[in-house]
Design a protein around this ligand. Sequence first.
Ligand SMILES: *Cc1c(COP(=O)(O)O)cnc(C)c1O
Length: 386
Amino acid sequence: MSDKNSASENLSKVWLSSPHMGKMEQKFVREAFETNWIAPLGPFVNRFEEDLQEYTGSPHAVALSSGTAALHLALILLGVDIGDEVICSSFTFSASCNPIVYQKAIPVFVDSESRTWNMSPLLLEKAIRDRISAGKKPKAIVLVHLYGMPAQMDKIMAIADQYEIPVIEDAAEALGSSFGGKALGTFGRYGILSFNGNKIITTSGGGALLCPDELSAQKARFLATQARDPAPHYQHSEIGYNYRLSNVCAAIGCGQMMVLPKRVQKRRAIFRYYKKRYRNAPGVKFLTEPAGSVCNQWLTTILIDPSKSKNGIDREQLRLALDAVNIEARPLWKPMHLQPIFQQYPAYTNGISEHLFEQGLCLPSGSNMHPNDMERITTILDGLLL
Ligand SMILES: *Cc1c(COP(=O)(O)O)cnc(C)c1O
């Protein structure tokens, strides 16, 4: 656009979170080419799955084309079907609940608690009781660990177990996070991961389903490869999907797994840097991990209360000031119960996610940010917040 501030055109873009390749990815991709394993299966898919199992401690991992595909398969494996109700965190990205609607099931949204910003155990129990007394027991719970922050898994799992409702953990943003020393994605019946371009590690696009047993992993692989019955003539007795991860993408994933611990360290260092600098800024708050939880700090987030902040600045003014110098920041996720497409569904709310959406901002958190990028960011933030 011609009227755009010309200064911003000269400054390279600082992204919220951009892909950060290590040393081995290209070598592995070359190996995939040299061996002609250019297919949605192959040695790198197997290796990537083993790497994920080893890192998370999950007995089985199935590499898939996206985190959304993994969620979809998890719902299918749990038998979620037309008209079933599925409880889902409201404070999340739409990919958490879209697959519920793919199954023609009904999402029932549950709001957040202020300690972790994730699903409120109190409201979860209220929602379950309410749905049961209305004659419809929820078929599953999609529980999201947003921005890598572990939900209160002890409480959530105790409630889910008490009512015998299986949990699908959406750990798309939470690879590298843990609760009580156990990796997220391994508490529920199923866990899902995402390797989309902006996640803590990426395969350009991809995901994984974490499964507790061999049988469900086999069934997931079967469904993800068009549900072909064991016959030479392509026979089908179920509807299948084309959801497997390409061996080329898995080659990238194998390289990324080698640097994942370093990526987590770096993101946590970025969080500490922001927090140290701005924790005493008026009206600014950070979300900190509760004792026993480790957050991968995929994105550093802040809350800005304009009734207390310097010159009454709000999150949108701050976002625009960063945008004007080509720095990407983003409001926190808009809760699902406030989305036009999901407004019609039942929701158990307490105002917390709505408040977070109003005051929250994600700051650039990429592990590949240059010190100059940090300097550009802090110049703006210092001026407006301190
Ligand atoms: C990214 C993301 C997904 C979806 O993962 P894709 O690989 O992009 O399909 C699901 N849930 C949450 C919370 C996410 O951030």
